[in-house]
Design a protein around this ligand. Structure first.
Ligand SMILES: Nc1ncnc2c1ncn2[C@@H]1O[C@H](COP(=O)(O)OP(=O)(O)OP(=O)(O)O)[C@@H](O)[C@H]1O
Ligand SMILES: [Mg+2]
Length: 254
């Protein structure tokens, strides 16, 4: 389904959860708006036939920092698939907004080469159930290795002290997957979506609380190279004791 670019310097952030309405587009567009404001120009790849991210980009005021949009759900006869999906060279952050229903093949495809995978989850029992399935598929079907620290959850539209939220926390804790931010149920996200902007482009006093959480997500995303490096380093260290053990003369069978 998707051909994704193979660039070492590209941070591919995939927002995924087959559960409809959990906040994938809201998260994708707010991340893209933040990256746009900071520069260089980011890209949103919209894989959802509903085209919600593309509609949001089209709504964007001309005065706002630009964002490239790729309508990956469209098939054109005029261009090759790889040409259609090419990410502009200037982009260092690519945000992939995925659709509500995703086959196993598409899940594998969309998460391939991802440096960060974000799963927005709302804290109702139905959503938590769907999220557990989604995370299981990411680990077992898409073969995302938890030790790679690519996977994180964003709790969305939540009130911290609910029972279901505690349940979600326990579940993720048992899997060792971090919840990197907790976004409130806030009209700020609704208004931003309507105007084609991100909350980072609204008046700061209105979005102070929401920005604190959004910046936690940005910090985690920005640590992608560090996370990748730490994983490589950890796997090297893990291998060393074996090398040392087998090198010990007393342990040799010969
Ligand atoms: N934190 C929030 N506070 C208030 N409203 C929110 C929040 N997050 C999302 N919404 C609203 O919930 C609705 C669904 O969100 P969104 O479109 O981002 O979900 P989605 O996962 O992309 O849905 P779909 O699966 O249909 O693509 C939208 O109307 C959006 O404005
Ligand atoms: Mg969406």
């Amino acid at each position: 389904m998707l051909i994704t670019p193979n660039r070492q310097d590209l941070n591919k952030v995939v927002v995924v959860n087959p559960k409809g309405g959990c906040g994938k587009t809201t998260l994708s567009t707010n991340l893209a708006a933040y990256f746009a404001k900071r520069g260089p120009i980011p890209t949103i790849m919209d894989c959802d036939p509903q085209g919600s991210s593309m509609t949001w980009i089209e709504r964007r005021p001309t005065t706002s920092a630009p964002i490239h949009g790729i309508a990956a759900y469209k098939r054109t006869m005029q261009a090759t698939r790889s040409w259609q999906l090419r990410v502009p060279q200037e982009t260092t952050n690519l945000v992939v907004d995925s659709p509500a229903s995703l086959s196993h093949d598409d899940l594998r495809e969309v998460t391939r080469d991802a440096s960060s995978i974000l799963v927005p989850v709302m804290p109702s029992s139905i959503d938590i159930h769907a999220a557990s399935r989604c995370i299981a598929d990411l680990l077992l079907v898409a073969k995302v290795d938890r030790r790679d620290r690519k996977l994180a959850v964003v709790a969305n539209r939540t009130r911290k002290n609910t029972k279901s939220f505690a349940k979600l926390m326990r579940f993720l804790d048992s899997l060792g997957i971090p919840i990197i931010a907790v976004l409130r149920d806030s009209q700020n996200f609704v208004h931003a979506a309507e105007e084609g902007i991100g909350i980072c482009e609204m008046q700061p006093y209105k979005v102070k609380k929401d920005m604190v959480e959004l910046e936690k997500i940005i910090d985690w995303i920005d640590s992608w190279e560090e996370r990748r490096f730490r994983t490589t380093e950890a796997s090297i260290i893990e291998q060393v004791p074996n090398v040392v053990t087998y090198a010990k003369p007393g342990l040799s069978r010969n």
